[in-house]
Design a protein. Structure first.
Ligand code: WT7
Length: 654
């Protein structure tokens, strides 16, 4: 097969799991891969049976691309599985440890969680929410956020969580697309010492027009904005005060919708990704147990917001379905100081940390003395998600956060996949820094070229490394069941490039040992003088240079080469910029990857344009490098960043 994307970066350090970790691991026998492969339906059915079903399922899976059904005919309730069965066995066990940005702390036990969720469930019913309705949740990271999700699940309504950093327009668009009956919000939430005025933003969205919304429930969190009177806005506290703590869990069909979550593609309106109940809960449950090796006494700190899929699957559903304890934090990592995450871990004795490479690189930039000054000895496992983790960041994470003793799980998955798809298992896999390693047991992946040729067969001893498009071969329980109200777009986006197979949109390479290396979104692949080069590889080589803190790379049009490589680079704070240093960094990339990857343009800058979930918006960097007017900047976390960059660029180009 031809190689649509070249993988030029080589990384061969190896980190096998430590014997004492293996001895206690939930999964330590490599035979589970073969077992799951031999009969993947039986493998997943075994996990599904660890959940509580009101009525057992019959057939395990029915699949005709793009439509899948899992655990047919089974009846269950996600809230029952995440709360009631633990509240009955162990009511005083802490489910959620929460710290607000100002420093307030709450512990919510499974018993309390059951009561609170039941009261809110009854309140939603009182507002007219019925099984099958949608409820929009626009809350800060407070315990009431997972409570609201679970209250919806309890009464059979689907939730759609909108990240608290989104604007009125984004909230309005998502609320209307989901046809939500109720919005649950708060007066505000704390972020960098200030209150984000969520109620005010909700009012703005409502006044622009949310025709399906009948009521708004307002939690009092920040206490700085009056709740309007009348029958449309309701104070959470008043609404739940009179409700009973008895609210039966609605028996849901395995295929009933659990939630819609919007993902913003690089173009077009956001896609409402639909997940259903039985399959989603099965795979989030199983992956939490195996990938994170979750045990009853673990304290699991996932730094994502519940507004993203990571907060759905690995704060709410996966850990709570396991009866685990999660640590949740409301605010920013640098408030009041740049050691906030490490102080949280120290204070609450977190044992597992799950965060993103962009955060890790930021911590590297801030300096290792922040974690070094804190007691991180409670940690036993680290996780990464969101983008490929460059080996440099992997090694730093391993050394300065894990103190060399914590395995790292680099988990590749998507909003659409619902749960981990490619990841090490910490008691089995020998890690190579930067590789997400192997598909989770039961998952089958192919690497195909533009013509759909493949799969690539490699193994120990084969000489070449192959790369191409990441394709998922067979159905998996937590796969999305579609884009809400848009089956054509679902088919076109994921199922038409390689008919009958799921196209993830990512590039991937496999090395001689069969390890997978994610190469980023295929839209981020450059074509330089006939070579396909992944922006992520050049970025990884850039940050490998000791003076570089962060980098973003794009291909800009070039008369001769098709595309030329433009690199936007943030230097470490202690480094002084000189032309010699710029040359040296370019040379470093050429040495790491090859002369073909040497950046043509280098811009030193102070910040990079990122979305609120931390993804670099390369589209805008291309606009800058090609001297165009900036495209849509509304999804940026900080729109002023690109404006500054553009000015800098124009000055430099004269
Ligand atoms: C895209 C999905 C999955 C939850 C957070 C993001 C990239 C995610 C990894 C990883 C390399 C990764 C992919 C994927 N991605 N995790 N471990 N290694 N790339 O969810 O917003 O739906 O984004 O994030 O490009 O397709 P999302």
């Amino acid at each position: 097969m031809s190689q649509p994307i070249e993988n030029l970066l080589h990384e061969n350090r190896n980190f096998p799991p430590a014997a004492d970790f293996v001895a206690q691991a939930n999964a330590s026998d490599p035979a589970i891969y073969a077992e799951a492969d031999a009969d993947y339906e039986a493998w997943w059915a075994k996990w599904a049976r660890e959940l509580h079903w009101f009525e057992p399922f019959g057939a395990v899976c029915e699949f005709e691309a793009p439509n899948a059904k899992w655990f047919l005919g089974g009846k269950l309730n996600a809230a029952y599985n995440c709360i009631d069965r633990h509240a009955e066995a162990n009511p005083d066990k802490v489910a959620i440890i929460w710290e607000g940005e100002p420093g307030d702390v709450r512990h919510v036990t499974y018993g309390e969680l059951k009561d609170e969720v039941s009261r809110l469930g009854n309140a939603l019913k009182q507002l007219g929410v019925q099984k099958g309705d949608r409820v929009c949740i626009y809350l800060p990271m407070v315990p009431e956020l997972p409570m609201a999700m679970l209250a919806c699940a309890r009464i059979g309504a689907a939730h759609t969580v909108v990240f608290g950093g989104f604007s009125a327009e984004s909230l309005q668009e998502r609320t209307n697309d989901a046809e939500a009956k109720v919005i649950i919000t708060a007066d505000g939430g704390w972020r960098r010492g200030k209150v984000v005025p969520l109620l005010q933003i909700t009012e703005e969205a409502v006044s622009k027009g949310c025709p399906t919304v009948q009521s708004v429930v307002v939690l009092n969190r920040a206490g700085d904005y009056p709740i309007p009177t009348g029958s449309f806005y309701h104070a959470w506290s008043e609404l739940v005060a009179s409700q009973a703590t008895d609210c039966p869990c609605e028996p849901m069909d395995s295929e009933d919708m659990l939630f819609i979550l919007y993902t913003s593609g690089s173009t077009g309106k956001p896609k409402g990704i639909v997940h259903t109940t039985g399959g989603y809960l099965t795979q989030t449950y199983a992956t939490t147990k195996l990938t994170f090796d979750l045990k009853p006494d673990d304290i699991f700190f996932c730094t994502a917001d519940c507004g993203w899929v990571t907060g759905h699957s690995y704060i709410t559903y996966g850990p709570l379905a396991n009866g685990g304890t999660v640590l949740m934090y409301e605010g920013a990592p640098d408030t009041p100081n740049k050691d906030r995450f490490w102080r949280l871990i120290e204070r609450h004795k977190a044992t597992i940390l799950y965060t993103a490479p962009t955060a890790i690189r930021t911590f590297m930039k801030w300096g290792e003395h922040f974690p070094a000054d804190c007691d991180l000895s409670s940690l036993r496992l680290l996780g990464s998600v969101g983008e490929p983790i460059n080996p440099e960041a992997w090694v730093w994470y391993h050394e300065h956060i894990g103190h060399g003793k914590c395995p790292i799980v680099d988990t590749w998955w998507q909003t659409e996949t619902g749960a981990h798809m490619v990841t090490p298992l910490p008691g089995i896999t020998a890690n190579k820094p930067g590789s997400a390693t192997h598909p989770f047991p039961g998952i089958a992946i192919s690497i195909l070229d533009e013509q759909g040729e493949g799969p690539v067969v490699t193994g120990p001893g084969s000489e070449t490394t192959a790369s191409g498009f990441l394709v998922i071969d067979r159905p998996w329980p937590s796969m999305t069941r579609g884009i809400y109200n848009d089956p054509e777009r679902f088919q076109a986006t994921y199922w038409s490039k390689f008919p009958g197979k799921y196209f993830a949109g990512d590039g991937v390479a496999v090395d001689d040992d069969g390890f997978l290396w994610l190469l980023g979104r295929v839209d981020d692949i450059m074509l330089v003088a006939g070579h396909n080069i992944s922006t992520m590889e050049v970025e990884s080589a850039l940050v490998d240079h000791h003076a570089v803190a962060e980098a973003a790379v794009i291909g800009r049009t070039h008369d001769l080469k098709g595309q030329a490589i433009a690199a936007f680079v943030i230097l470490k704070s202690e480094v002084t910029e000189t032309p010699a240093l710029v040359d040296e960094i370019r040379r470093h990339v050429a040495e790491k990857i090859g002369p073909i990857a040497r950046p043509d343009d280098m811009y030193l800058c102070g910040e990079l344009p990122k979305t609120r979930s931390g993804k670099i918006m390369r589209r805008l960097l291309r606009d800058i490098a090609e001297g165009r007017a900036l495209g849509d900047t509304t999804t940026l976390a900080d729109p002023s960043v690109v404006a500054t960059l553009k000015l800098q660029y124009e000055e430099k180009e004269g």
